[in-house]
Design a protein around this ligand. Structure first.
Ligand SMILES: N[C@@H](CCSC[C@H]1O[C@@H](n2cnc3c(=O)[nH]cnc32)[C@H](O)[C@@H]1O)C(=O)O
Ligand SMILES: [Zn+2]
Length: 433
């Protein structure tokens, strides 16, 4: 199906940085066929009028736990360890496969409606998310969350699940698979080494939580006499393409390791601040040339999966802390939320920007909305005034998945119905403040 985005403003990444340009975009065979000049063979089945519309690359949520959407607003204002092990973990133990499936659906719905077209997910019930991703038309990298000690049976079973899932979905190129060792406090050194060598052998990337809380730092220092970043390096986790979520507590030596080993850092400002963990030294990381991308973390700690909200926080926090208003400009924030995520996932040649030959993963914003009026500076609008509800149409892999805010590939009402059922089943419905 050929889609013509006619005379539309678009965000392009040039050598001089992001610019806004107005032209035609031609989409066919899942890719951006041409910008400007009409390709010889193109025939449009669909025309989207670009008047007062702004096409941007779809956002890439580089760290989340999609199924956790059903645990939104159930554990708040708690310390990190009380949140994770005292409240969330016991609820996760009660979760069925269907709960995980509907949770993932809710997450995908929320992400699609706020302009996200790809997400990097860590979790244990991967089959339910791959199912939801495949059905909804989303794009994702699925990472089997791994916890284990030594060469134990449980850790091995989890690894095998990751391989089975990758094999089962090898024909869906909207799905990619990484390994997700959870964290240094849930995986011991020997298991981390096993995961690293498996990743190398299987040619898979690594996605791990690192240096998130002070208690993690203390535990790591006590047990291993090093920082979490040093531990991950010595286990070989950085010898394959690696994504480290959080990296809030990092010293200069840690930053040197991250840079030297080409590790991508995912910063999650809302989750880090809400759990009272702080925030990563993003400006310093960027200065060093580390690839920093952006994530929401799960809806149980954020409590939303809206990348516009996340971009806004990212930019404002670092300006405020550094007392430097130039810090993390709107132009930097939007690249962190898109192309940098694509780099981290090894998908830079395919997604992350509006470019001829790339997959057509786009969000189209309606500029006839209060946040974008007056239409002075559309890039500032993305980082400073938008809230995500201005996203009107979403195209993923060349398919229109949302049009005029109607999600075409998912049953929104069914998802809400299932959420009510889960709430009742979990006994959470009376937990009203
Ligand atoms: N517990 C799983 C493996 C963990 S994968 C995903 C886990 O990450 C947890 N999680 C979500 N957000 C965070 C975070 O910010 N830091 C650490 N863990 C998190 C979440 O509760 C979930 O259990 C198993 O039995 O196999
Ligand atoms: Zn997380």
């Amino acid at each position: 199906m050929g889609i013509l985005l006619k005379n539309i403003q678009m965000l392009l990444y040039t050598e001089k940085g992001p610019v806004v340009k107005r032209d035609n975009i031609y989409i066919e065979d899942r890719i951006i066929k041409a910008i400007g000049e009409r390709p010889d063979t193109f025939s449009e089945d669909k025309v989207i009028d670009g008047t007062d519309r702004f096409a941007i690359p779809g956002m890439i949520n580089a760290h989340t736990h999609s199924y956790m959407a059903f645990l939104r607003n159930v554990a708040d204002d708690l310390s990190f360890m009380d949140w994770l092990f005292g409240t969330i973990d016991p609820l996760e133990q009660k979760m069925s496969s269907e709960d995980a499936y509907w949770g993932a659906n809710l997450a995908i719905l929320e992400m699609m409606k706020s302009g996200t077209t790809c997400f990097n997910d860590m979790q244990m019930n991967i089959h339910q998310t791959t199912r939801a991703v495949k059905e909804s038309g989303m794009r994702a990298v699925i990472c089997r969350g791994l916890v284990g000690s030594g060469n134990d049976e449980a850790g091995r079973i989890r690894l095998n699940e990751a391989y089975e899932e990758r094999e089962a979905f090898k024909d869906c190129d909207r799905l990619n698979f990484f390994l997700g060792p959870h964290a240094p406090y849930t995986c011991d050194e020997e298991y981390l080494k096993i995961v690293a060598s498996e990743a190398k052998k299987e040619k898979m990337g690594i996605h791990i939580h690192l240096a998130e809380s002070l208690s993690e730092m203390e535990g790591c220092a006590e047990k291993y006499h090093c920082t979490p970043i040093e531990l991950a390096e010595r286990c070989g986790l950085f010898d394959v393409p690696a994504i480290a979520a959080h990296c809030v507590n990092v010293n200069d030596g840690d930053l040197d390791i991250l840079k030297e080993k080409n590790v991508s850092v995912v910063t999650n400002p809302a989750s880090n601040m809400k759990l009272g963990n702080g925030f990563a030294p993003v400006a310093k990381m960027l200065e060093k040339g580390i690839n920093v991308c952006l994530g929401t973390d799960g809806a149980a700690s954020n409590n939303s999966l809206n990348m516009f909200h996340e971009m806004n926080l990212l930019s404002l926090i670092h300006k405020g802390v550094a007392k430097v208003p130039q810090c993390i400009s709107a132009k930097e924030a939007i690249q962190i939320a898109t192309i940098n995520g694509a780099k981290a996932l090894g998908l830079e040649q395919q997604i992350g920007s509006i470019e001829v030959g790339k997959k057509a993963d786009l969000a189209i914003i309606n500029l006839r909305t209060p946040s974008f009026m007056p239409k002075n500076n559309l890039i500032a609008g993305l980082a400073y005034s938008a809230n995500g509800s201005e996203v009107e149409t979403v195209i993923i892999d060349g398919t229109i998945t949302m049009e005029n805010r109607n999600v075409l590939t998912m049953d929104e009402e069914r998802i809400y119905f299932e959420m009510d059922q889960i709430l009742k089943k979990m006994g959470l419905e009376n937990k009203v403040y």
